[in-house]
Design a protein around this ligand. Sequence first.
Ligand code: ADP
Ligand code: MG
Length: 411
Amino acid sequence: MSQTTDAFAADPEATTIGTAWSTEDGAGRARDLFAEHIGGTPDGVWAAPGRVNVIGEHTDYNNGFCLPIALPHRTYVAARRRDDDKVVLVSQLADSILSWEGTLDEIAPGSVNGWQAYTAGVAWALREAGYGIGGFEAALVTCVPLGAGLSSSAAVECGVGLALADLYDLGLSDSDAGRTDLVNAARAAENEVAGAPTGGLDQTASLRTTDGHALLLDCDDWSVRQVPFDLDAAGLELLVIDTRASHRLVDGQYEARRRACESACRILGVASLREVGDLGAALSALDDEEMASRVRHVVTENDRVTQFAKLVDAGRIREVGPLMDASHDSLRDDYEVTCPELDTAVDAARAAGVLGARMTGGGFGGCAIALVDRDVCNDAARQVVKAFRDAGFTHPDLYVVTPGPAALRVQ
Ligand code: ADP
Ligand code: MG
């Protein structure tokens, strides 16, 4: 559960720590939207989480390791099966209501755009994968912040995908293999319909995590291992700082990093950077200094994820801070995907005495996270807000999160 901290309410200079909706609240909102804009009652309500990646950044498309958790912040989908091929979608985002009506055959790359690509696009991807689905109606509400790097896009894709799987008895919801098929459909919607060239981390985190655990994901074969992540027992909090700096994954920078990694693979003669065993030898084989820095980030980051999981497995969660710090520094100096807001958030959190802090997500804006002792959390949040104010940045949004369940049917 997310928490609201009284000390913040008492201090107008600071900010409240954002709370996720309860399951009942989220499902009720989705049902109300369904009743008002579609009419009648849905066949069910599904909820799919956003995610925060604890460590392992820009490793997914390099066949490496990541360690995400599912957020308590989720997208709720109230949906009903239809007897024809019509698709009716409604989504409430803050005060605006988005709606779309069409038929299954009208949904394809290039013919649906924007938010419809992430929602209707999943129906296209499931049909492409050979699943027999018909028409449906869906009403969506969300408390996942949009465009903050917490993967509202995967939450919406996975919520719609799981709803369709259940409405049409595709047999995908109850097994990890079935959920992996849903991951692929959700990812295809994002890559091919929305045109965002992201890896499969976000959708895997939304569909294959377990309550109370982080997910050690091997992006080489997409195998997963659930790593118990009991922050509470260790007296710790995970503070998420949404810098609200605009996050532009599709503007070419992300693509440029991917291309640099691919070029490095060609020069090094490996299928992916995952295969680089001897970092020193790889670096000396690369003339291009920038390319070498990108490789150094990916190879050292994979190593940090492995070390992080080992420490957590051994009950040494309080010792992971330096790995988080090193991850951020590598993303700042070698991969060059941070920005002044992310660096300020991390520096201020560290100065307040957190165990470790790093940017998370694609970078160039979005969120930072800090692992922090429970009794230091408020002060760390306050210091971050103060640093943002001093730098003249937009007020950050703050969340305290613990690992929640993967996407599931809630009603
Ligand atoms: P992030 O995944 O980090 O939040 P993205 O840019 O990948 O940011 O995805 C945000 C986009 O996903 C939104 O602009 C919107 O098109 C779509 N989206 C996310 N949640 C919803 C929702 N509940 N309803 C409709 N579209 C959504
Ligand atoms: Mg996204």
